[in-house]
Structures are given as C-alpha cells and as structure tokens.
Design a protein around this ligand. Structure first.
Ligand code: NAP
Length: 679
C-alpha cells in the first residue's frame, strides 16, 4: 500500500511502489505503510493552488475564512479518536496525541476566533494609524496588507504530524493563501489521516489544501515571487532548503533549539517552585519521548542543588513513568518514532558523555517495556529510549549548548551566579523557549533583560502559576512561537502576526477619498453624506461616510456644577477658579471631559428604537482644547468602518466622532463603537 497524496482536488498514488520508504510501527517494527511520490506532478499542484485555490479564498473575507477554520476544527474534533488510534503506531500515548491532535485543533479554533475579533470582515488589513503627509490633509499615507498571490508550501517535521501543519495552514488560510502541505515521511500517514477527514467533510474550498505525502523533488525550482515556504525541522535541513529558495520567495523556518530551564537560587528543595521545576523537567523529558522542538535540553540550576534536582527527578520518573507500547493503557511514555531516530538520539547522548557528561539519571541501555498485551519485557524491535539526565559543571564544553539529542535526553548544568545562568542560556545561540522557576522578582527581572534577546518565549514559573501554567513546552497560538538565531529566526505563531507572513505590507499614499475607496475605512477629508440620520439606517443601507453634524450647545457653569455633584467628580479644575487657573493647562474652571462626551452623545443621538442596538465602547479618546463656561460645542459623527457579522443579524459600526468649539478648535476626538442590525 502506498500512502495517498491529495492533489488538484483528488487523491493520487504513484503507479508503482518501487523505491518507496517503509514506515514501521515504532513499538513493534511492523510495517504500517509505504511512502513514495514517484511521478508526482508538483508543477500541476502549484498551478492549481495559484489559480483555483487563490480564486476560492479570494471570494471569502477574513471572517468567512475564519468561520471555515472553526468548522474544520469541529470536523476534526468529531473524529479525533481515529487520529489518536493511528498515532499509537508512531509511539504517541494519549497525552502525546493531546499535545499534537488537540493542540492542532486548538490552533484552528484560536485562529477562527482571532480572525473574527481582530481582523475586519474584509480582504485587506490595515497596519498602524493614518499618516498625514500634507498640511491641509489632502495627502495621506497608510500601511495596507494584501494576501500573497501564490501558494504557501509547508514542509513539516515528523514529531508534530497534526499540530505542525495546522499551525501553518490556519494562518495561511486566514490570510487567503492556499497551502501545499508536505509532512515528514515517518509520520506522513498521520497528516494524511486528518487531511482525509477534512476532505471528506466537504468543507474545504477547492485548491486551498493540497497534500504531498512524501518527497517534493525539485519543488524549489518551481516557486516564484508571491509564493512562500514555511519550514519546520532541523537547522541543517533549513539551511540547505533556504539556499535553494529562489529570490522573492519568502522563507520562514522553525528549527531545532537547545532550550533551557533555569532554577532560581531562591527555589530550594522543598519549595513549591522547586517541585514545579522538577515536575516540568520530567514532563518535558517524557512527553512525546522528548521529541519536541520546545523540550528542555538544558536544565540550569544552582551548583549546590544539582544532586537534589537529579534525586527528585529520578524519584518522579520512578513514580510516574511507564515506558511501553502506547496500545497498552498503563503506558505513559512511548518509543521514539523509529529505530533510526533511536540511533540518532543515542549518538547525540554519546557526544554529551564523550564531552565529560556524567549520567545522573537513566542509562543508554534499552529499557524493559510494557507491550501492547500488557506484559513486560525487553524492547525487542521497538525504538525505546529511557529518560536520561547528563550532568555538567558551568564550564561545560560547547557541545552541551549545540547538540540536540532529539529524544528523552537533557543536560543538567550547575551555575554560581544569576549572570552566569543567563550566559549559559544564551550560549544556546537563540532558542524557542526558556523557562525560569523562581519566586524572586529581582531574579526574574535580571534574567529577563539578559536572556530575552536570545529567546522567542520566556515562561516564568512561580508559586502562583505553578498549577495553571500551560508549561515550558507548549507554544500557544496567541503568542509568538519561534526564536532567534539557530531556532530559525521565524515567528510562526503569535496571533495575527502569523497571518501577516502570508501577506504583503504596502505603503499606500493618496487622497482621503482614494484611501477610503481602497481600504473600505473612511478617512477624514473623504466625501461624506448628510441627510437621513445614520442611526435610522440598518447595515444594508449604511455606508462609510454617512454623517450627522449636530447643532451647537452651550456649556454653562451650572452644567459643570450639576455634573460634578451628580457624579461626585469635584476635581479642583472644575470647581475652584483660582486653583484651576494656577494649573498650566487651564484658563480657569473647565468642563469635565466626560461631560463633553456625554453632551456629544446627546447631540448626535437619534433616540427612537431603530437599527442601532448598543454602544459597546469608545476607543482612542483624546481631549484637546479645554471648554470653559460659556463656550459652545458641536459634534460630527461619521460612519468609519462597517463590519457585518457572519453569524449574527447585526454587525459592528465604528464611528469617527469629533467635538469642536465655537472657534472650530478640536475639543475631543474618539471612535464610538456600536452594534447595528443588518435590517
Ligand atoms: P528534518 O530531517 O530536518 O526534516 C524536516 C522536513 O524537511 C521533513 O518534512 C523532510 O522530509 C523535509 N526535507 C528534508 N530534505 C528535504 C529536501 N531536500 N527538500 C524538501 N524537503 C526536505 O527534521 P525532522 O527529523 O523531520 O524533525 C525533527 C527536527 O525538527 C528536530 O530537530 C526538531 O527540533 C525540529 N522541530 C522544530 C520545531 C519548531 O517549531 N521549531 C517543531 C518540530 C520539530 P522527509 O521526512 O520526507 O525527508
């Protein structure tokens, strides 16, 4: 059986299996599948994505794509048991699948909700404020993101067959760029399983998701400006592939990383933080048998606590870890993915011990394991490796900071000062993550300033968050995943930041009318329409630029007194003429800013029941010229941005509000946020 690919809207397998790679069960060595792409038409797949996939996604707004991501997540959730079952063959326990499968589904859900909350229901995304480029406001500038016109080629590592591709697919899909996913060969069948579920759901728009199950020969020669490559894997493969990437094609990479976890000098044995540190080290060593890019490769602890840490870890492993075939219920730690990977891990371990590392916990000998039938015995053909901790002093050689034994292996390194601990962290040459276990805010602050530039993410573990922390090894889609230097220099996740990898930022210059037409957002100086009160218009009739300009209203001393006593805001600037005049900003007693905003609402409101359902906030409120008793104010309220909701009978309308005084001076400016019915 040759594993299928999903290309150009159909399942495809090579005509014959000559030269196919055999994928075996990690626990037993039994054959699972064969992988080959002999004869694959990659050019056809890329063209299909650029034509059909681009068209499918171009027809959808950010919100419509985001809603589809949620439906994809629901379709996978309904059948995730199948994915858990299949993953056992690659050595994944239920906990491992929770990280990979549920983690991947979580990425879809998160991007769905972020897409609808943080992106407009439109096709372009605006970055930063409007820049006024001429004195009279007729020439403006703005940064605008539009989607890349090509295809996102996604090359994945073997250890996350679900989460890995999904954390690239979700942002690319949301951006509006079709994906060509290439999983790593040892676990390609697990990626094929979830792609098949999505294809069978009938939800995936044509050409937006394609899968190449196996090698992608010559693919880099077929890429061109407008395409993007997102790679996850080892640093050496990343360097080779980046060199092949044609100019103009974006290349982001997430590679291996010698992550660190630091135990603060205050976190002595017996403290909750010490326990949390050891528990986390045990989890990171054993989850996915240590095959996580974010796993702790270096535990950096006060020199005097090395023995205590090793003893506590040994005890925790004895209590909690059962190594074996994940088909057996009792098993909490499976094998690594293949015997080749096991050999690779043991080679890495030997490099560490040859460099002077002392085996403090575990050994390189194949452990006895629990088999699928529940019996215990030798590892046989399984790729089992026991958790191991290798000890070094602070003057440990460079290999400790360079070699990633991609399995259940960590180094324990002693330090004497916080500055030395930071230097040790930074010798990793750029990491995905470092965690710091301390209850001492000064230690935390000192480490942060020293190590942050060398890390994509820093997690502080203290007594308060020891139980609630999502953990050292768990990137969350809301926050940046990726690190500088050898970690690849990419930032794959991080909320909307990740979506922007698949979009082009362009500085757009022009008149207010042009910027309004291009962005769909009203810019001051663009045409406005007055007439029917805009609060009478449902979304179906409301247009950006619809405006109400109010009559003036005088602000009296009596108004200020009444407001002060009614609200309790008797701040001297409103109540005491001499004290107010002594203030550098006020000519004497002035009206409260909140009184002016309230008066403005009274001036622009249309009071009768109608399509405007609620005011849910103000943004960017700034007060300018103060208002003295006897001054008058008027307000202009202009529909600025209209965002219909896909799933509700209403949407958001952002209004540009400007209050001016009798001399046309700016008193206040802000955005009013309302919910308005579609009809
Ligand atoms: P790898 O050997 O570097 O392979 C990564 C991917 O590159 C695989 O899909 C592989 O395909 C593909 N590949 C290799 N040569 C290629 C070529 N010439 N053209 C196109 N694709 C090519 O890494 P791995 O062993 O799968 O994964 C383990 C490594 O990934 C570890 O070092 C780990 O730290 C790192 N990792 C990093 C992250 C992160 O987010 N930073 C996440 C997970 C893993 P084949 O399998 O078909 O050869």
């Amino acid at each position: 059986m040759i594993l299928a690919s999903y290309l150009q809207g159909q399942w495809w397998t090579p005509a014959d299996g000559t030269g196919a790679t055999v994928v075996r069960d990690a626990s037993t060595g039994a054959e699972i599948t064969r992988v080959s792409t002999a004869g694959v038409d990659l050019d056809g797949a890329l063209q299909y994505a650029r034509a059909v996939g681009q068209r499918s996604l171009g027809a959808l707004t950010f919100h419509q794509r985001a809603l589809l991501l949620k439906q994809f997540a629901q379709a996978l959730t309904a059948r995730k048991g199948e994915l858990y079952e299949a993953a056992k063959g690659s050595g994944a326990t239920a906990r491992d699948s929770m990280i990979d499968v549920d983690g991947g589904i979580g990425v879809l859900f998160t991007y769905s909700s972020k897409g609808r909350r943080e992106l407009p229901n439109a096709h372009v995304y605006l970055d930063g404020p409007t820049e006024q480029l001429s004195k009279d406001g007729t020439f403006l500038g703005r940064h605008v993101y539009t989607r890349l016109p090509g295809v996102a080629v996604q090359i994945n590592a073997f250890n996350f067959p679900t989460w890995g591709p999904l954390e690239k697919f979700a942002p690319a899909f949301l951006a509006g760029v079709p994906s060509l996913i290439k999983p790593a060969t040892p676990t390609a069948h697990l990626t094929e399983a979830w792609v098949r579920i999505l294809v069978e759901s009938g939800l995936v728009p044509d050409g937006t998701l394609q899968l190449v199950s196996g090698a992608v020969p010559g693919v880099f020669d077929l890429l061109r400006l407008g395409d993007a490559v997102a790679f996850t894997g080892s640093a050496s493969t990343a360097a080779a592939l980046q060199a092949q990437t044609p100019g103009g094609v974006r290349f982001t990479s997430e590679t291996d990383s010698i992550n660190a976890s630091v135990l603060g000098p205050d976190a002595a044995p017996g403290t909750p933080v010490f326990d949390a540190f050891v528990r986390q080290l045990m989890v990171e060593l054993t989850a996915k048998a240590g095959q996580k890019c974010t796993a702790i490769r270096r535990a950096i602890v006060p020199a005097g606590m090395m023995d205590a840490v090793a003893d506590a870890l040994r005890q925790k492993i004895a209590e909690k870890v059962v190594i074996g075939d994940p088909h057996a219920d009792a098993v909490t730690m499976g094998p690594v993915v293949s015997r080749a990977q096991r050999d690779e891990v043991l080679r890495g371990l030997r490099t560490l011990t040859d460099a002077g590392g002392r085996m403090l916990v575990g050994s390189a000998d194949a452990p006895d394991v629990v088999r699928a039938d529940g019996t215990t015995g030798p590892a046989g053909d399984g790729a089992f490796v026991a958790p191991m901790l290798v000890g070094f002093d602070a003057d440990a050689p460079d290999v400790v900071h360079e070699v990633e034994a991609f399995g259940p292996v960590s180094a324990l390194i002693g330090y004497s000062t916080v500055a030395e601990a930071a230097d040790l962290v930074n010798r990793g040459g750029g990491s995905l993550v470092t965690s710091v276990a301390t209850d001492d805010p000064e230690v935390a602050a000192e480490l942060m300033t020293r190590i942050a530039p060398y890390n994509g993410r820093v997690l502080f573990l203290d007594t308060a968050d020891a139980r609630t922390s999502t953990g050292h090894g768990s990137p969350v889609p809301h926050l940046v995943h990726g690190g500088p230097g050898r970690a690849g220099g990419g930032e794959e996740l991080g909320g909307v930041r990740a979506v922007l990898h698949f979009m082009q930022r362009t500085a757009v210059q022009g008149s207010p009318a042009m910027l309004t037409a291009i962005t769909g957002v009203w810019h001051p100086g663009a045409p406005v329409a007055e007439g029917e009160h805009p609060f009478r218009k449902p979304l179906s009739r409301l247009r950006v630029g619809d405006r109400i300009a109010s009559a003036p209203r005088e602000v009296t001393l009596d108004d200020i007194e009444t407001f002060a006593h009614f609200t309790g805001d008797t701040f001297y600037a409103h109540m005491d003429e001499d004290a107010a005049a002594a203030n550098p900003f006020f000519p004497g007693r002035v009206a409260h800013g909140y009184l002016l905003v309230s008066f403005a609402a009274g001036l622009f409101v249309d009071p009768d029941p109608g399509p405007v359902l609620a005011n849910y906030g103000l943004e960017d409120l700034r007060f300018g010229t103060p208002v003295s008793p006897g001054d008058s104010i008027r307000v202009e309220l202009t529909a600025k941005q209209i965002t219909p909701r896909e799933t509700d009978e209403y949407g958001e309308v952002r209004w540009d509000a400007v209050i001016r005084n009798q001399s046309d001076e700016l008193v206040a400016s802000y955005d009013v946020l309302t919910l308005v019915a579609k009809e």
